[in-house]
Write a protein that binds this ligand. Structure first.
Ligand code: PXG
Length: 442
């Protein structure tokens, strides 16, 4: 007798779903069966406006022809090429195209398959770079409270979300965290960057005084923290962090997994804030979320430091079976073509003022305690239901889904990050639906 579950198409039991309330979901499943441009189609035949670009990744909207075609063609031409000691043309072409839109000085690209892998790759590059430079005592990694850098051991260790950390033992050793920048008492309902909090970057000096700069390899932060509920950097904060890193020879890593590829109205947040990190991590929008792929950008200073020793030896012992996978590379090129042809890497800057105005018009809705925005990102923080944290926002998510709108929630915060192709009429539709949800006694 087989132990297999009854495998009818609608049997939901075998799939242990990621970051999902599995039991709740399986009682009342929410399945998407199609998508086009700004809308998903649900299994029960409804259209749902995508207010979150999937999970912050479908920046060009859904099922875009250049991307779909690129994947189709590549799958029939060259499906896989070994990633180590061999190559294929599209991985090189994509790397050059990426460097072209990257901030000045970012000259080399290391491929991964996800944001989490990009983060762990960046941390490894930072540690190894300090060592090849002769600064091997710099082994400490600094993250930030409320930071999200994916769920692998490196990213989880520098991350600062307690719920993602507490179950998994001692994590990486030699990691510390600077304070987060969220100060709702001072900055609630700020449009764009908050006034107060640049001095929070000085917290890095506290850790230098505690550990000594000679033990610190790198600091990693999200320029705009996304998963923790959209925390926008106070004016001057990122500049100050850069200055302190320079003062002490510490590498600065910007985790641009959600801010990369046009989310703020510039190709990368680095350009938006005019602060140059040493390493940038990306994923998501790199392939429009369609095929898993990530990329870590580094300066030539970092890359060239590894290019020493006998030429037949591998310079950096790191990489994945799927680094630069042909179909992912083709998807990346198709994505960049779409961004270029439709001006999507800068479109958010045109829409941002309208987005901001419509978002903040929800201020009068019940239980709204803060609204934050930057580029095409918005967040609405709700007062928790007494004794039941996260439930009010989750209720809003369920109600919005029923009403044809996809939002994301984290804690009691609603996060919004629509595809960059959204029109003003669709922005009106989004906030019209959300207003109804918030007025609905959730
Ligand atoms: N860094 C940052 C800044 C991220 O936002 C990752 C790393 C990890 O990426 P992967 O590809 O390994 O998931 C992320 C991922 C949300 C949400 O709703 C955000 C992410 C993923 C899923 C949901 O806030 N960010």
């Amino acid at each position: 007798m087989s132990n297999r579950l009854n495998s009818t198409p609608n049997d939901l039991r075998a799939f242990w779903m990621p970051f999902t309330a599995n039991r709740q979901f399986k009682k009342a499943p929410r399945l998407f069966v199609g998508a086009k441009d700004m809308y998903y189609t649900t299994h029960d035949g409804r259209q749902v406006l995508d207010g979150t670009a999937g999970l912050w990744c479908v920046n060009a909207g859904h099922c875009r022809p250049q991307i779909t075609e690129a994947i189709r063609e590549q799958a029939g031409e060259l499906d896989y090429a070994p990633a180590f000691q061999l190559g294929h043309p599209k991985a090189f072409e994509l790397a050059n195209r990426l460097v072209d839109i990257a901030p000045d000085g970012m000259s080399h690209v290391f491929y991964t398959n996800s944001g989490s892998e990009s983060v762990d790759t960046a941390l490894k590059i930072a540690l190894a770079y300090q060592r090849v430079k002769g600064e091997g005592t710099r082994t400490r990694l600094i993250g930030r409270e409320r930071g999200y850098h994916g769920i692998n051991f490196g990213g989880m260790s520098v991350g600062g979300i307690v719920g993602n950390r507490k179950m998994f033992g001692t994590l990486l050793t030699g990691v510390d965290h600077i304070r987060h920048t969220h100060q709702p008492d001072k900055n609630a309902f700020t449009k764009g960057q908050p006034e107060y909090g640049a001095d929070l970057a000085d917290d890095l000096e506290r850790l230098v005084n505690l550990h000594d700069a000679s033990t610190i390899a790198a600091v990693i932060v999200e320029p705009v923290a996304g998963s923790t509920g959209v925390l926008i950097p106070p004016k001057g904060y990122l500049q100050r962090l850069r200055e302190i890193c320079d003062k002490y020879g510490i590498l600065l890593i910007f985790d641009e997994v959600i801010t990369g590829f046009g989310r703020l109205g510039t190709p990368f947040a680095t350009q938006y804030f005019d602060v140059k990190p040493d390493i940038i991590t990306t994923a998501k929008g790199l392939t429009n979320g369609v095929i898993p792929m990530g990329a870590v950008f580094v300066t030539s200073e970092i890359h060239d430091a590894f290019m020493t020793g006998p030429e037949h030896l591998i310079e950096f012992a790191h990489g994945y079976t799927y680094s630069g996978n042909p179909i992912a590379s083709a998807a990346g090129i198709g994505t960049l073509n779409t961004y270029r042809d439709e001006g999507l890497l800068t479109r958010a800057s045109e829409l941002a003022p309208y987005w901001e105005e419509q978002l903040h018009s929800l201020r009068d809705c019940p239980n709204v305690i803060d609204i934050r925005n930057i580029g095409l990102i918005g967040a609405i923080e709700l007062a928790p239901i007494a004794g039941e944290p996260t439930k009010r926002a989750f209720n809003a998510f369920l109600k919005a889904y029923e009403d044809g709108l996809l939002i994301r929630t984290t804690g009691d915060i609603i996060a919004l990050s629509p595809p960059l192709i959204i029109t003003k009429e669709q922005i009106d539709e989004l906030f019209g639906k959300l207003r109804k949800v918030l007025l609905n006694n959730i």
